[in-house]
Design a protein around this ligand. Structure first.
Ligand SMILES: Nc1ncnc2c1ncn2[C@@H]1O[C@H](COP(=O)(O)OP(=O)(O)O)[C@@H](O)[C@H]1O
Ligand SMILES: [Mg+2]
Length: 294
């Protein structure tokens, strides 16, 4: 199987596992009574709980390709949600809609009950590492302060320095404050980007494969940080990841997206629903870990 046609895999060290969509020996699993194709709904958030993110019936197409179809889910205040799904499932497209970078064709998204134009300043974004321009001349503290004030710093004021240093300290990156971004490792870069997002005191963190392209040690540190954020009740998060450790340690709930929401519930529940084809966790795929760059 070539790297381009293999199913999504988890970036995990041990035990070696892979997540596969719609594949695998279903006969070994207990049979579900739910008809094929019917979305799985596990234990959902209390409907009356205040929602920091509410995605309602969102659809999006590029040309004649439908990328998102009638996608609905919500995230209550303080909940950490993992968004999983194969490559091309529409995960990044959905995040771009939440960030106000793309308009849905239909449906709506609100953040803290507000339309995106108003609510998006309550969102902190951590990009995929490979989207960072490593040639851009900037120190870590510049990156954090620029996001706080919405323009590039010429002079950093004392109050900004205090907020930025507190955020960098929280992600274990205080000693990197005056390092050039281009000199940082993948894990260090992501700590700075996490600090950048946290410095704005967001209600919702949005993370798009933050451990992708990060070495094993850096990955573990990012997962530790995300688990710590998950255990706080203040910040809600939507984390796109294939990292099983990240899901197991951070996720309060999981949405499995493949153009539409195929499954939504607790991680334990989704794992038990293997035969529905939404998520397959299979042992023994050593190539998956060996080839895992992102
Ligand atoms: N701006 C765009 N124009 C056209 N097609 C796009 C655009 N952005 C994404 N797509 C396509 O939409 C599909 C979903 O992409 P994406 O949301 O990036 O998936 P994921 O993040 O789940 O891997 C892919 O087939 C991708 O090629
Ligand atoms: Mg993506």
């Amino acid at each position: 199987m070539s790297p381009t046609d293999r199913p999504d895999r988890l970036e995990i060290e041990a035990p070696v596992v892979s997540v596969r969509a719609g594949l695998g020996p279903a006969s070994r699993k207990p049979r579900s009574l739910r008809p094929a194709g019917v979305p799985f709904r596990g234990t959902l958030p209390e409907p009356s709980a205040p929602r920091v993110l509410d995605v309602k019936n969102v659809s999006k197409r590029f040309g004649d390709r439908v990328v998102l179809e009638d996608v609905s889910f919500h995230v209550p205040i303080g909940e950490f949600l993992c968004l999983c799904g194969p490559n091309g499932a529409g995960k990044s497209t959905l995040l771009k809609i939440v960030l106000g970078l793309l308009e849905p064709d239909s449906g709506s998204v609100t953040i803290g009950g507000l339309p995106i134009a108003k609510g998006r300043r309550k969102v902190g974004y951590v990009p995929q590492r490979k989207s960072f321009d490593r040639d851009f001349p900037a120190t870590a503290i510049d990156v954090v302060v620029a996001n706080l004030r919405g323009r590039w710093p010429l002079v950093i004021h004392d109050d900004e320095r205090e907020i930025a240093m507190a955020a960098l300290a929280r992600t274990g990156a205080a000693k990197l404050a005056h390092s050039q971004m281009r000199d940082l490792s993948g894990g260090e870069t992501q700590r700075v980007f996490l600090a950048r997002a946290l410095a704005t005191k967001p209600d919702l963190l949005v993370l798009d494969e933050p451990t992708a392209g990060v070495d094993v040690g850096g990955r573990a540190a990012i997962v530790d940080l995300m688990a710590e954020i998950s255990s706080s009740d203040i910040i809600a998060a939507v984390l796109v990841t294939h990292n099983l450790q990240a899901i197991a340690r951070c996720a309060e709930r999981v949405v499995y997206l493949e153009r539409h929401v195929r499954a939504w519930g607790l991680w334990d529940e989704l794992q038990r629903e293997e035969e529905l084809g939404a998520i397959q966790v299979t042992a023994g795929d050593h190539r998956a870990a060996a080839m895992d760059g992102d």
